[in-house]
Design a protein. Structure first.
Lengths: 238, 255
């Protein structure tokens, strides 16, 4: 089966700082991939490169076999939830959704999260008045709204209350069973443990490992992802 | 492109800063027209005020708005729409809202109290000035990553065009007083959109000697037609060129 996203020899540096050094990987449909790594390991840059926000210095990114450079149509198949959502101050929630529908020329197909977060009753509220958590809910609802093949979530549960985070988790698992690819960056290992099928660990701009969660646990003989990670990282650095 | 512009306009129109700007312009024009029976004098006063306030507000507001919407821009880039359309949509959105403020604040009173060739020139060059400084704001916003730096650069540009430039022109004239400077002066004037607007308006009034050294000299060469066409074209250049460079930078920029 053709890979949905294939990355080859991806390089990016900001000034003298090399953020991504020759990253190569590929992602299939029907799985949740957690991209883990310490701060400044290149997680967000990797995600932003896939979304065309960061323009890489070298390498290639193929989306369903097509290079993504200088195109934008492939983004139709991606739903993105940013780390910090921030929208124009005086725009209303309803207006934001309508605008994105206008831009994508798609209707809101999937309103599960809208309902779960009761956002519809807040359509008249302006963005300025919303709390950080509500903004995250808006971003999450927006990412899932158009039933995209690929979901890219950048630290999705940061700032969400436990119930909202739970609803998001259920939604992610539901989308996975529909054969979608879900890419998540996170620092919360317990959460990654519950939902991921694959773990990719980035360290200083390189992929340290990229394995299925079960393989990882089997190799280390640990039950928990956090312990498995500690073990694998401490052993390989010796 | 127009879709983005539409929602940006909806957003800006509700902002208090824009409302304050509209009211300020309206207050200035109305007070000047009410307090002085001589309409031409009123137009001169309005010109003086406008040539300072309009560029300042346009460039600072557009830059601030651009940086405040940085995350929103990221969100737009993650949608299936080209970067060119995003930037142009923003430009159209921001500039039409600021233009709207100018039209209500200045164009409306001027056409009520002083509808003449001078009045029309004032309105047109005010609009062009607004556009060229928004275009410059886009340029400064795309070349910097940092909000403070961007706004600082915008203020410096405004300061340069409205004050330092005239000083430099004077210095230039003084230094090379022994040479014929006519042609050079035309070229120099074209380098400053504020001077272009000033000349365009003053050429209509026969009082150009009153304001700015550049203005006085300019009228000697261009009494009419060609001069107006030239300054209009140059003002358009000041709108198109910074925007063009902003677009080129934005297409390759990491967000």
């Amino acid at each position: 089966m053709e890979k949905i996203i294939a990355i080859n020899g991806l390089k990016k540096s900001f000034g003298r700082l090399e953020v991504l050094k020759n990253v190569a990987c590929s992602f299939d449909g029907g799985g949740v991939v957690s991209v883990l790594g310490p701060n400044a390991s290149g997680k967000t840059t990797l995600i932003k490169s896939i979304l065309g926000m960061v323009i890489p210095d070298g390498g290639s990114i193929l989306f369903k076999g097509q290079s993504i450079f200088n195109t934008f149509d492939y983004k139709r198949h991606i739903g993105y939830m940013p780390q910090i959502g921030h929208y124009p101050d005086n725009m209303k929630i309803g207006q934001l959704f309508k605008m994105v529908m206008d831009i994508r020329q798609q209707d809101a197909v999937d309103t599960d999260l809208l309902k779960a977060y009761q956002l519809e009753s807040m359509y008249q509220k302006t963005m300025r008045t919303l709390s950080g958590g509500t903004l995250q809910k808006v971003s999450a609802a927006l990412a899932f709204m158009f039933n995209p093949d690929v979901l890219i979530l950048d630290e999705p549960s940061a700032g969400l209350d436990p119930l909202a985070a739970e609803a998001l988790k259920e939604k992610i698992l539901e989308e996975k069973t529909k054969g979608k690819l879900v890419l998540i960056t996170s620092h919360i290992l317990s959460e990654a443990d519950e939902i991921s099928d694959y773990i990719m660990y980035l360290f200083e701009g390189q992929i340290r490992f990229y394995k299925t969660l079960t393989d990882l646990k089997r190799e280390t003989g640990e039950q928990k992802l956090s312990r498995a990670l500690t073990q694998i990282l401490s052993s390989s650095s010796c | 492109m127009l879709k983005i512009a539409k929602y940006i306009i909806l957003d800006i129109v509700r902002s208090k800063v824009l409302l304050a700007y509209t009211l300020l312009l309206l207050a200035i024009s109305l007070t000047i027209f009410m307090s002085d029976a001589d309409v031409t004098k009123g137009l001169v006063s309005i010109t003086t005020v406008i040539l300072i306030i309009v560029p300042l507000v346009s460039i600072v507001y557009a830059t601030t708005y651009y940086f405040n919407a940085a995350e929103f821009t990221e969100m737009l880039v993650s949608q299936p729409i080209s970067r060119r359309n995003i930037l142009m949509g923003k430009f159209i959105g921001i500039s039409s809202s600021i233009l709207l403020a100018f039209i209500i604040g200045v164009c409306l009173p001027v056409s009520l109290f002083a509808f003449s060739a001078t009045g029309i020139t004032l309105m047109i060059s005010g609009c062009l000035l607004t556009l060229s400084f928004i275009s410059l704001a886009f340029f400064t916003s795309t070349i910097t990553r940092d909000k403070a730096k961007g706004i600082g650069l915008a203020l410096m540009l405004w300061f340069y065009f409205s004050i330092i430039f005239d000083g430099l022109v004077l210095l230039f004239l003084y230094t090379f007083a022994d040479y014929p400077l006519e042609k050079a002066m035309i070229a120099l004037t074209a380098l400053n959109p504020i001077d272009l607007a000033r000349i365009l308006i003053l050429l209509q009034m026969d009082i150009s000697a009153l304001m700015g050294y550049t203005g006085a000299l300019y009228q000697q060469f261009f009494g009419s037609g060609i001069g107006i066409a030239f300054s209009l074209v140059m003002q358009l250049v000041w709108i198109v060129v910074p925007l063009f460079f902003a677009l080129r930078i934005f297409k390759k920029k990491d967000l």
